[in-house]
Design a protein around this ligand. Structure first.
Ligand code: SAM
Length: 240
């Protein structure tokens, strides 16, 4: 998979060299390209913004540098992601969908956003997704692009050392939040690890984890509980 980032702050993407994404890039599983949008400007000040037509506060990203950038970076079959608080809300299902793509280009907005004609044009040459990280406003799209990247690339076959880690995670297929996890020592700060986890009884451990996952989901995110999620007959524990 190849991921390209169009931004006026390329330094935001230094973390791509760290940890598992960095290893995946070194091994050839992933390719990253980070591009300074200002390389597609032609004036002395390398201007990427201008005042909004119709008036109002703030500045809008000019279409010309974006047009040239997309012409150079987007290829047949690319998906272009515009990060925007007015996009579809990002979630695990969308991460799974993007993980099937060969090439994703992230267009990171700043100021009051990107001239709408850039997005309209991109739709004519590529698949476009407008994606919001959540119902709040960030200063720019870089942090959103990094969050989407991290959620997507960890789903790629071969990315995680142990693919089983993905199966029981929160928001995985099945929809429950993950059960609480513990490691050594058995006693810490006067607190014990639940005895069932030390029992060696794998059936009892699986049942306990399932109950904990259902309880936690009911308490914290009842909106995630569907009859299909509970079709093994687990009791729904409603938050009080
Ligand atoms: N004026 C815009 C609005 O009200 O929708 C907000 C612009 S915001 C200050 C600047 C840029 O940050 C946006 O163009 C977008 O790329 C990014 N951004 C802000 N909040 C975001 C969010 N929740 N999800 C994804 N990107 C976001």
């Amino acid at each position: 998979m190849r991921l390209d980032y169009l931004t006026i702050f390329p330094d935001f993407f230094a973390p791509l060299e760290l940890s598992l994404p960095g290893k995946a890039a070194a091994s050839g599983l992933l390719e990253f390209g980070v591009h300074d949008l200002r390389q597609w400007t032609h004036d002395r000040h390398r201007t990427v913004d201008d005042t909004p037509y119709g008036g109002g506060a703030g500045m809008v990203m000019k279409p010309e540098p974006w047009g040239e950038a997309l012409a150079q970076v987007v290829a047949p079959g690319s998906t272009v992601v515009f990060t925007t608080p007015s996009g579809e809300r990002f979630d695990q299902r969308l991460a799974e969908e993007l993980a099937t793509r060969e090439h994703v280009v992230f267009a990171c907005g700043r100021y009051e956003g990107i001239d709408q004609r850039v997005i309209d044009h991109a739709r004519e040459v590529a698949e476009v997704r407008e994606i919001s990280l959540g119902d709040y406003v960030l200063n720019g799209g870089e942090v959103a692009a990094l969050a989407v990247t991290e959620a997507v690339v960890r789903l790629l076959p071969g990315f995680m050392g142990n693919a089983a880690s993905l199966v029981e995670e929160s928001h995985a297929e099945g929809g429950l939040l993950e059960y609480p996890v513990y490691t050594k020592p058995r006693t810490w700060d006067g607190r014990e690890v639940p005895a069932v986890l030390l029992s060696g009884d794998h059936g009892a451990i699986a049942r306990w984890r399932r109950e904990q996952a259902v309880r936690r989901t009911a308490e914290r995110r009842p909106d995630l509980l569907h009859p299909s999620t509970l079709d093994d007959g687990s009791p729904i524990v409603r938050a009080t």
